[in-house]
Design a protein around this ligand. Structure first.
Ligand SMILES: NC(=O)c1ccc[n+]([C@@H]2O[C@H](COP(=O)([O-])OP(=O)(O)OC[C@H]3O[C@@H](n4cnc5c(N)ncnc54)[C@H](OP(=O)(O)O)[C@@H]3O)[C@@H](O)[C@H]2O)c1
Length: 392
C-alpha cells in the first residue's frame, strides 16, 4: 500500500489523479490533499478519500474548510500556507507526491519532496523550467525518483531504453520528437489573434486542462516549457529536441534512434494514462481510459510549427540556449502575462511581447542557489508588471 500526497488536488490533474487512485484502493491510500481556494471541492474530496491532512492557501480558507469537515464528520487535520505544502510533501507518512500545483507556486513543495527522497510524479513543469539544475541535483542527492506526468514526457519516458541514464549518446538516441496539438488557433488567421477572448483561448480542441496551461497551449508557450522540461529530464540539448505539430494528439511523443528506428507512444488524449503509468511504474494498472481505435482514426497528420504564429515557442528555445536564469525569467514573465490576459488587461498577442521585453531588459546569469532563483523570479515579475502598464 502506498500513501500519496496530491498537491493541487482540486485542479484538472489532481482530479484525474484521484480518479485513478479510487480505482485501486488495494494499492493506494491518500495521505494529503491540497488546494488554494476551492474549499468546497476540497471538502468533498476529503469526505471521499479521508486524508490525514488537507492544506489550503490562507487561514480564512482553513477555518472555512474546518467547519465544512466538522459538518461532514471528517477528521482530517487542516493546515494552511506554503510551509504546510512542503510539510505534506516531505512527511514520513507519505511515499508518493503528485506535484500538480500550477506555476511557480509549486516549486518549493516539489523541492521539499525531492529533499525528502520521495517518489515525485511531476506535472508542475514550471518547477523544472525555473530550477532545472537545482531540482535534478536534489533528486540525485537525496535518491528521490522523478517521473514525468506531462503526456509528452511520459511518452518519451516509455519510449526510452529501460536502462537509460541521462546521456543520449549511450542510449543511441538521435532526437527527441515532441508532439504538439497546435492548440485552438492553429488555423486561425494570425491577424485576427489580437481579438481572441480568454474563453476562446482556453477552449482546447483535444485536452481539458486548467486555464493557465490552456492559454500556454494556445500560444504554444506550453510546448516551449516542455522543450526545457525535456532538456532537464532527458539531458537533451535544444538542437536535439524537435517540436512537431500533430493536431489529433494521438501520438504523445517519440524517440528517434541513430539506427533509423522511431519509437512512439500512442493513446487517447486523457491524462489518466500518464498518471496511471507513473503511479504504478514499473507495473501497468487500469486507468479508466478507453482503448485507442486506430482504424476509426484512419490517418495521422503532422506539420512543422511556424514561429511567426507561435513566437512564444521561439522565445523558449532562445531561453534554453541562453541558459542560466533565462528560463526562470521566461517563466515568470509568462505567468504574469497569461494572468493579465485572463484578467482581460492585455490582448492575446501582447503575451509574447511582454515576455520578449522582460527577457531583453533583465540580463540573465548563473543561478547559484534557490535564494538567487527566488530573487530573479521576483525581479522578472516586477518588470513584467511594468511592461503590462506600458502596453495598455
Ligand atoms: N491539465 C493538464 O492536462 C496538464 C497536463 C500536463 C501538465 N500539466 C501541468 O500540471 C500543473 C497543474 O495543471 P492543471 O491544469 O491541473 O491546473 P489547475 O486545474 O489550474 O489546478 C491547479 C491546482 O493548483 C492549486 N493552486 C493554484 N494556485 C496555488 C497556489 N498559489 N498555492 C497552492 N496551490 C495552488 C489549485 O487550487 P484551487 O483549485 O483551490 O485554485 C489547483 O488545485 C501545471 O503545472 C500544468 O502545466 C497539466
Amino acid at each position: 500500500m502506498q500513501a500519496i500526497s496530491v498537491l493541487g488536488s482540486t485542479g484538472s490533474i489532481g482530479v484525474s489523479t484521484l480518479d485513478v487512485v479510487a480505482r485501486h484502493p488495494e494499492r493506494y491510500q491518500v495521505y494529503a490533499l491540497t488546494a488554494h481556494s476551492r474549499v468546497d471541492e476540497l471538502a468533498a474530496q476529503c469526505a471521499r478519500f479521508r486524508p490525514q491532512v488537507a492544506v489550503v492557501g490562507t487561514a480564512q480558507a482553513a477555518q472555512t474548510l474546518q467547519q465544512k469537515l466538522r459538518a461532514l464528520d471528517v477528521r482530517t487535520e487542516v493546515m494552511h500556507g506554503a510551509q504546510a505544502l512542503c510539510d505534506v510533501a516531505s512527511a514520513g507518512g507519505c511515499d508518493v507526491v503528485m506535484a500538480a500545483i500550477v506555476g511557480a507556486a509549486g516549486l518549493a513543495s516539489t523541492l521539499a519532496a525531492a529533499r525528502a527522497g520521495k517518489k515525485i510524479l511531476l506535472a508542475n513543469k514550471e518547477a523544472l523550467v525555473m530550477a532545472g539544475q537545482l531540482l535534478i541535483d536534489s533528486v540525485a542527492m537525496h535518491k528521490a525518483t522523478l517521473l514525468p506526468i506531462d503526456s509528452e514526457h511520459n511518452a518519451i519516458f516509455q519510449c526510452l531504453p529501460h536502462d537509460f541514464g541521462r546521456s543520449l549518446e549511450e542510449g543511441g538516441i538521435a532526437k527527441i520528437l515532441l508532439t504538439a496539438s497546435g492548440g485552438p488557433f492553429l488555423k486561425r488567421p494570425v491577424e485576427t489573434l489580437d481579438s481572441v477572448t480568454p474563453d476562446e483561448a482556453v477552449a482546447h480542441p483535444k485536452w481539458v486542462m486548467g486555464r493557465k496551461i490552456s492559454v500556454d497551449s494556445a500560444t504554444m508557450m506550453n510546448k516551449g516549457l516542455e522543450v526545457i522540461e525535456a532538456h532537464w529530464l532527458f539531458g537533451a540539448p535544444a538542437d536535439r529536441i524537435e517540436v512537431m505539430i500533430h493536431p489529433q494528439s494521438v501520438i504523445h511523443s517519440m524517440v528517434s534512434y541513430i539506427d533509423g528506428s522511431v519509437l512512439a507512444q500512442l493513446g487517447n488524449p486523457d491524462m489518466r494514462t500518464p498518471i496511471a503509468n507513473a503511479l504504478a511504474y514499473p507495473d501497468r494498472i487500469e486507468s479508466g481510459v478507453a482503448q485507442l481505435d486506430l482504424v476509426q482514426i484512419g490517418q495521422l497528420f503532422f506539420e512543422r510549427p511556424d514561429f511567426t504564429r507561435f513566437p512564444c515557442l521561439k522565445l523558449a528555445y532562445d531561453a534554453l540556449q541562453a541558459g542560466g536564469s533565462s528560463a526562470a525569467i521566461l517563466n515568470a514573465a509568462n505567468e504574469v502575462a497569461v494572468q493579465a490576459f485572463l484578467n482581460q488587461e492585455i490582448g492575446f498577442r501582447m503575451i509574447d511581447q511582454v515576455i520578449a521585453r522582460v527577457m531583453d531588459r533583465l540580463p540573465h546569469g548563473p543561478l547559484a542557489d534557490i535564494d538567487a532563483l527566488i530573487e530573479q523570479d521576483r525581479v522578472a515579475r516586477s518588470i513584467a508588471q511594468s511592461c503590462l502598464s506600458l502596453s495598455s
